[in-house]
Design a protein around this ligand. Structure first.
Ligand SMILES: Cc1cc2nc3c(=O)[nH]c(=O)nc-3n(C[C@H](O)[C@H](O)[C@H](O)COP(=O)(O)OP(=O)(O)OC[C@H]3O[C@@H](n4cnc5c(N)ncnc54)[C@H](O)[C@@H]3O)c2cc1C
Length: 498
């Protein structure tokens, strides 16, 4: 952390989460002379959604999340979204491998571990869905090595806690892929910020909240900042601003006043986990086991029983149980949602409220759940679970995107979206899924959107290809390259490869 201010940097990064840190690393690797200032409200990096226990730590490669593979009306399975997410994760693996090889991250096991990804279903209809999903996925090279079983003994071998004390009469099935990962995005973010801190002309300022954003006559952005330690107001101007403020991004986008941000709103969803630190239990589970979401529930509330490795300690996580809070950040204000309402987004906000009654009902139902109900849900995945082994853990906030729509007034979206000024001098990242896993993909999208000139007319492109060897080539189409990238990154990151 630095008290020294460069008041006219080339780049300002708002927020010290995984997204700003990843973009910062890309920019510094591509152009070491760039001056970058990073501002963060809280007292350190990765204290909001990127902190390990605020998210589930899944290296989302869409292996096990059934919401990415919907059934079509003819019963066949559409795996196109899963494939997109699958190869986005390959970009992150390549960036992280580059940093390990360079010595910027000393030990990959300080942030990533091989943990098999499983999907698990109960009931004949779900078993039939999972079998069709497996057939569609296993036929594609991206899912090479995926296994399927409806044999209870085999599933027991894969995940004993899930099968112990489960009745014999119910059909069950599971898929497994051993190349899955658990990622401590908090530790990773800190590595990235440390790496940036070790470079020249980079400073991170904690306890500094960005309070205003406006355009100067010369095109530079004027950024107003409050030093929360002493209340002093500071001013910085910059050529480029990245609003990587997580749940805080919408309010800052609105402050920027860019027309491209008009009409956008946010819908906050809070979350709770159950957490188990009993080593006798944890040593018997080594997988991330994803189930099917309940009807009416948002896609990110799919229940899962996960191995977590955080700070060298093994734990189990189950959830999330969703809920509603009007805060946009875990450390935010209850007024966030109300402050985000403005004339331009009232119609989208009201339209989404009108069209998503099942979601509202689901969230209210989750809020009213007693601890007994919550535990009963855990026992659907781990029938022999004992209450004394589990404690509550508050997860991060997710702000889902509400965007204007000509036909319906407004749409609720569960993905992420980059919203940039027409001249690409400012860009905000809204939304939170698939999230941290795709930070490198998002970083590359920002480079292509906002630094297209540098990418085409300078040494940036060969450097980017050094960082991401598959850059510009589709891993969905190039089977050999896909296999090579996965083998190489697995070797560097010490992950499973098949
Ligand atoms: C319950 C849950 C489960 C999840 N599970 C997964 C998962 O399994 N895998 C996965 O890949 N992703 C997951 N995600 C998503 C992932 O956590 C996020 O996509 C990712 O952490 C977002 O990173 P970020 O840098 O954009 O935001 P953050 O990490 O939230 O960082 C934003 C930072 O900006 C700061 N900030 C905000 N406003 C200001 C301001 N005005 N001035 C200065 N600083 C400001 C905040 O304090 C914060 O530190 C999950 C998220 C949640 C909530």
């Amino acid at each position: 952390m630095s008290d020294q201010f460069n008041t006219e940097p080339d780049v300002v990064l708002i927020g010290a989460g995984i997204m700003s840190a990843t973009l910062g690393v890309f920019l510094k690797e591509l152009e070491p002379s760039l001056s970058i200032e990073m501002f963060e409200t809280l007292e350190g990096a990765a204290c909001e959604s990127s902190q390990a226990w605020n998210n589930a730590g899944t290296g989302h490669a869409a292996n096990c999340e059934m919401n990415y593979t919907p059934a079509r009306s003819d019963g066949s399975i559409d795996i196109s979204k899963a494939l997109e997410v699958n190869v986005e994760f390959d970009l992150s693996r390549q960036l992280w491998s580059y940093l390990v090889k360079k010595g910027a991250i000393k030990d990959p096991q300080s942030f990533i571990h091989a943990v098999p990804h499983m999907s698990f279903v109960r009931g004949a209809e779900n078993v039939s869905f999972l079998k069709k999903r497996f057939d569609a996925m296993a036929a594609h090279h991206c899912y090479h090595g995926m296994e399927y079983s409806d044999d209870k003994r085999r599933i027991y071998d894969w995940a004993p806690l899930v099968m112990e004390q489960r009745g014999d009469d119910e059909p069950v099935a599971a898929t497994r892929i051993i190349t899955g990962t658990d990622v401590d995005y908090g530790a990773l973010t800190n590595h990235l910020v440390d790496h940036l801190n070790a470079s020249s002309s980079f400073s991170v300022h904690y306890q500094h909240r960005v309070t205003g954003l406006s355009r100067e006559g010369n095109g530079r952005w004027r950024i107003e900042i409050e030093d929360l330690a002493n209340g002093v107001q500071r001013l910085v101007t910059s050529k480029f601003v990245f609003i990587g403020a997580g749940g805080g991004a919408l309010l800052l986008l609105q402050k920027s006043g860019i027309p491209e941000g008009k009409g956008y709103g946010g819908f906050p969803v809070s979350g709770i986990w159950l957490r188990c630190d009993n080593p006798d239990v944890n040593k018997r589970h080594h997988a991330k086991v994803y189930g099917k979401a309940a009807v009416g529930s948002p896609p990110m509330s799919v229940p899962h029983l996960d191995t977590r490795v955080i700070g060298g300690q093994h734990s189990l996580l189950f959830g999330p149980y969703a809920g509603f809070s009007s805060k946009f950040l875990k450390h935010g204000s209850l007024l966030d949602l109300f402050e985000s309402a403005e004339t331009s987004n009232i119609v989208p906000l009201l339209s989404v409220a009108r069209d998503n009654l099942d979601l509202t009902e689901y969230l209210i139902g989750q809020l009213l759940q007693s601890s007994k109900h919550r535990f009963a849900t855990l026992q659907e995945y781990y029938p022999a679970a004992q209450t004394e082994d589990w404690t509550l853990q508050i997860a991060g906030q997710r702000v889902q995107i509400i965007k204007p729509d000509h036909e319906r007034g407004g749409l609720l979206e569960f993905g992420t979206e980059l919203i940039g000024a027409a001249d690409q001098s400012l860009v905000a990242l809204l939304g939170a899924s698939p999230g941290a896993s795709t930070a490198a993909f998002i970083g590359v999208r920002v480079l292509e959107k906002c630094f297209s000139h540098e990418l085409s007319a300078s040494a940036w492109l060969p450097k980017l290809q050094e960082i991401i060897p598959s850059y510009g080539i589709s891993l969905l189409e190039d089977v050999d390259l896909c296999r090579r990238v996965r083998a190489d990154t697995a070797a560097v990151l010490n992950l499973q490869n098949i």
